[in-house]
Design a protein around this ligand. Structure first.
Ligand SMILES: Cc1ncc(COP(=O)(O)O)c(C=O)c1O
Length: 406
């Protein structure tokens, strides 16, 4: 049997999101849209919708349709003119069932016993536990609150080993909502280049850069820094609000790596659903993309404002590093300790109790993202749900805080 840790966040979600009457502010997707809403968002109201219902449902193009790969490739060029003059080749984009398959395939293709991997932490558990399950040694590159949860490049020297094969980052980061800026990415690429290490950047929350400081530009994809040994994964689920179509991608300028990934993929995926491919292509078309992103960026910005009001109001109990991008925030909650001193709540128990008392669902940080003391008392909130859901969730959570934590 394969040796792999239970995937905590997926199991917690599975267990609790079906609670009758749940107010779910744990979800990491920008509030999902329907096909009707997508069509409404289109600039061209007379154009046909995404689905050509006369089209025969064959397997379709094995690596994904030409249209979809071209549109993903142009997404990956975002911000590229500054650092990379060659536009990204669509044939180096492979379509997968979500970013979860893209990450798995890349790690499965590249990593085996005897390899060493460095992975940022906290992050999506898949990114450090899949390499471990394949026999690699994994060093965690801990993101610190005092650094705004941005990776510290000077720590790489102490983490790297002669057999380090892969550095894994997640930008923007789940669960903290931090953005690794371009200058840090550039230093990371130089470090990796000098040691011939590949970088995997999970960019599933890109380009949802909604709250960067005015003097900070949104970072471009890791693929734009002129180093071939970089891989980006992404999907339609989070920033594009279309998790239900299960479309993601893996992309790299290294054609031999893409060939190896495609070869591994042949054993798990013939092609993705042709209906999903059509919907994704439509959402990324020039008629729809800008208005879909405008909707999601505005929703994220508005909702982050509401969350910030909550954190301010209950500053005696909660603290955070305000997110700059993505859909999630990591908030630390304290309760009354025995001798009157405030101490971090036990986040697993807090989340279950909050759900039982109020029906509000959030995720426990130290259980799901960064095991152990570092993240004790933290809770991940997915705040880019419908604004009314967030409002109700925060109101109920506020009443809970007043009754049990203050
Ligand atoms: C960082 C990260 N990567 C990948 C995924 C997988 O997303 P999907 O398979 O829906 O694209 C998630 C989902 O929460 C995530 O947070």
């Amino acid at each position: 049997m394969v040796k792999i840790e239970p995937f905590e966040v997926e199991q917690w979600m599975d267990r609790y999101e079906v609670t009758p009457g749940v107010i779910n502010i744990a979800e990491t997707c920008a509030a999902s849209v329907s096909i009707d809403e997508l069509v409404d968002l289109s600039r061209d109201k007379t154009a046909p919708g995404p689905l050509d219902t006369s089209k025969k449902l064959t397997y379709g193009a094995i690596p994904g349709s030409k249209a979809l790969r071209e549109r993903v490739a142009s997404l990956l060029d975002r911000g590229a003119s500054l650092t990379e003059t060659r536009s990204f080749p669509p044939e180096n984009v492979i379509i997968t069932q979500g970013a979860i398959s893209a990450n798995f395939l890349l790690i499965y293709t590249l990593i085996g016993p005897g390899d060493h991997v460095i992975c940022v932490y906290p992050t999506y558990q898949q990114l450090y536990d899949v390499p471990k399950s394949l026999g690699a040694e994994v060093s965690l590159w801990k993101l610190k609150e005092e650094n705004g949860y941005i990776p510290d490049i000077s720590e790489l020297e102490g983490l790297v080993k002669p057999n380090t094969k892969l550095i894994i980052i997640n930008n923007p980061n789940n669960p903290t909502g931090s953005t690794t800026p371009k200058s840090v990415l550039s230093d990371m690429v130089e470090f990796a280049r000098s040691r011939d290490i590949t970088i995997l950047s999970d960019e599933v929350y890109s380009p949802l850069y909604h709250s960067l400081p005015a003097d900070q530009e949104a970072p471009p994809s890791i693929l734009t820094f002129g180093y071939n040994k970089t891989v980006a994964t992404g999907s339609m689920s989070k920033a594009f609000a279309l998790a239900g179509i299960r479309v993601g991608w893996v992309a790299s300028r290294d054609s031999s790596l893409i060939k190896a990934v495609s070869s591994a993929r042949d054993y798990t995926t013939i092609s993705v659903s042709q209906l999903d491919d059509q919907v994704a292509s439509y959402a990324l078309s020039k008629e729809v993309l800008a208005s879909l992103m405008k909707r999601n960026l505005e929703l994220a910005k508005t909702n982050l404002g509401l969350l910030a009001e909550f954190v301010d109001k209950y500053s005696q109990v909660c603290s955070w590093v305000r997110p700059t991008a993505g859909t999630t925030a990591l908030i630390k909650f304290t309760g009354k300790g025995k001798d009157g001193k405030r101490e971090p709540v036990k986040d697993g128990e807090f989340v279950v109790d909050l759900l039982e008392e109020t029906k509000v669902l959030v995720m426990p940080g130290s259980v799901c993202f960064g095991k152990g003391e570092d993240f004790e008392g933290t809770v991940r909130i997915g705040y880019v749900c419908h604004t009314e859901v967030l409002r109700e969730g925060l109101e109920k959570m506020g009443a809970y805080v007043e009754q049990f934590l203050l």
